[in-house]
Write a protein that binds this ligand. Structure first.
Ligand code: AMP
Ligand code: MN
Ligand code: MN
Ligand code: MN
Length: 287
């Protein structure tokens, strides 16, 4: 397999096992239809879908890397760390992710109580109707409830008016530490990647602190071409990857056919001047 930057790799998406609406099998078929050659399913804080994804990739003749997207608290903010190519039977990682998921239900009940204060009732039960994995009730499920119950016209409006810092429905939460998230991935034989760096409201100094601390813990990659970045950010983070000597990754962050702007496999290719993360994971690919 040719592992150069032009490979159609899509190494970031979500299934019903976290906050996506499709099964791993349906996602594999969409990835195949989108021309994906190397795929990874990266459910939030959960690797329970990996065995199904490996089998579904094989059934579609696609190469596969194991994946997850870990929620991390860094400097009082939430940062997402994608793990790729790890052993999905790693006991340390399974236990660490289980602990990271813990507390989501209590948080969701507090979110619902906060929404009730502004007159939106029944949000916990409402969100639960969209949840595929009882341990993974997320803001996305609340967002789908708020749209379908007529409180907002679409998901972006939900995140402008609710569920984010300072707005009704927001509840502060402590996720994994950066050190633990990077450690679990790395010790299980994988590579840790900073997800969608352009999405955090960091100053240049804060971003520098994130990248240097991430690398000090053994992190090696950064998403450059992602559905969460603008075209200008594709260039900005390509330069960041080169400046810090980070491996570059590419992924749509696909969640749902109705909500996602970017279909699996359809983003521009990674820039030729970058070293792709998959070039360093050749021996971790499931064929
Ligand atoms: P949680 O892990 O429960 O905090 O939920 C975070 C999820 O909410 C993310 O993974 C996204 O899927 C979704 N999300 C967060 N912010 C936005 C936004 N501005 N627009 C759409 N979806 C968002
Ligand atoms: Mn999500
Ligand atoms: Mn994310
Ligand atoms: Mn994601």
């Amino acid at each position: 397999m040719n592992l150069d930057p032009t490979l159609n790799a899509d190494l970031h998406c979500h299934s019903v096992i976290s906050d996506g609406t499709l099964t791993p099998e349906a996602l594999a078929e969409r990835a195949k239809a989108g021309g994906v050659q190397l795929w990874a399913l990266t459910d939030h804080d959960e690797i329970g879908g990996q065995a199904r994804a490996i089998a579904a990739a094989r059934a579609n003749g696609m190469a596969y890397l194991t994946g997850t997207e870990i929620s991390v608290t860094f400097a009082g903010r939430v940062v997402h760390i994608v793990g790729l190519g790890f052993d999905h039977e790693s006991a340390e990682m399974i236990e660490g992710l289980r602990a990271t998921r813990g507390g989501r239900e209590a948080r969701a009940r507090e979110m619902a109580a906060s929404l009730a204060q502004v007159g939106i009732h029944g949000a916990f039960e409402g969100a639960l109707k969209y949840v595929g994995n009882p341990e993974l009730i997320s803001r996305t499920h609340f967002a789908r409830f708020l749209v379908d119950s007529g409180h907002c016209s679409d998901v972006p409006e939900v995140f402008r008016r609710f569920l984010t810092e300072g707005k009704p429905g927001f509840v502060e939460h402590r996720w994994a530490t950066l050190k633990n998230a990077v450690g679990w991935i790395t010790r299980a034989g994988g590579i840790a990647v900073i997800a969608h760096p352009g999405r955090y409201d960091f100053t240049p100094t804060e971003e520098y602190a994130l990248i240097t601390e991430f690398m000090a813990h053994g992190g090696r990659g950064i998403e450059v071409v992602t559905g969460s970045h603008t075209t200008a950010e594709f260039e900005q983070y390509a330069n960041t990857a080169l400046e810090f000597g980070l491996l570059a990754s590419r992924g749509s962050d696909f969640h749902c056919p109705e909500e996602s702007r970017i279909a699996l496999g359809t983003l521009p290719a990674l820039q030729a001047r970058l070293t792709p993360v998959w070039a360093e994971l050749a021996d971790r690919i499931h064929q």
